[in-house]
Design a protein around this ligand. Sequence first.
Ligand code: HEM
Length: 390
Amino acid sequence: MASPPRFDIDVAAFWQDPYPTLSKMRQQAPIAYVPQLDAILLTRRDDIVEAEPNIEVFSSHQPEGLMNRLMGQNLMRKDGEAHLVERRIIFPALSPKAVSECWRSQFQNAADHLLQHLEPKGTADLVKDYALPLSAEALKSITGLIAANPQDMDAWSQAMIDGIANYGGDHAVEARCHQATASIDAAIDAAVSRREETQDQSLLSVMLRADMPMDQIRANIKLVISGGQNEPRDAIAGATWALLSHPDQYSKVVRGERNWTHVFDEYVRWISPIGMSPRRVAKHHTLRGINFAPDDRVFFMFGAANRDEAYFSEPDRYDLSRDTTKSIPFGAGPHFCAGAWASRALVAYVALPSLFNRLKDLRLDESKPPEVGGWAFRGLLSLPVLWEPA
Ligand code: HEM
């Protein structure tokens, strides 16, 4: 039995591109303590798949964590029955039935509306002008905060993400996060006061109908905004970039050999929008001969697992022909993403086919290279594109 080996990383390089470091970790130290992140990282798929369901050891309850302190204790920071009770309550808002009967047509309307405005222009930053507002419109419907402004939705989400990663205690970051959560509380109060909106299938409505205490409702709405805005945004822009920069793969879609679901599934394997999910060790445990002690911080590195050579040959390649069923971009345990069906419908059934069908000769703007960044959350920061204006 041994303590986890130490593995040092260059944080700036890790943010630019975590994959070379994660590959080294998988080979040399698949369970390792990274002092720069003050956490033990699990980078092999099998280790994460074994550890994540073991909630007695790898607990989501992190009372001292920044997420609890800044956003309230949402269902993602609970274990066992306490988690399940809330998961069951929100299910009707995110179930496959809700997605196909309520949300998909609303997603399509939002995409059509955005593309109608874009089509005559011939040029855009696809992150800012399509992926971001479309993701926000979808989230407005799902949460029930339909009066929110899409740019605000994105800014709230980013402020909370920055706040919960603010381990250095930067006051300005914390203040922005408090401002965002106060604005969300105000938006919730306004939506609750418009009683008719509580009759729909939105998250706010299903939680109100179940008489969930108001502080839990607020915490869960904040969770869904922090976790449901940037990932679909990054998957829409990222999958578009993947196709435009891999014409050989795009031609498989054009020829009908692969479909938009393959495009989405392979993208979230290749560049996982959520690269990591944290846990707190609740009691002594040993995994692969490595000791874990109470209160150790553990990061399940989903992005690393999805490039594990044991499951994916040439894992750094974006390859639509591969089998992605062993990838875990949505997690591998009881906290499996509650928004997975909504995301697939938004990205694979609506956003990508609508974009590629509507904008003729869509291509990268070679004069402005796209920017990519992040490791806990990873995605395109900008994606300049051109097409033939209609
Ligand atoms: C491409 C899009 C998305 C990806 C890749 C993604 C990925 C993830 C991941 C990795 C987790 C943590 C799983 C774990 O720790 O085991 C998670 C949790 C969660 N996600 Fe997503 N997500 C996406 C979109 C969404 C959307 C659109 C929503 C809601 C509208 C959403 C709602 C949630 C919720 C509520 C949880 C917490 C579940 C729980 O604790 O039981 N996600 N997601």
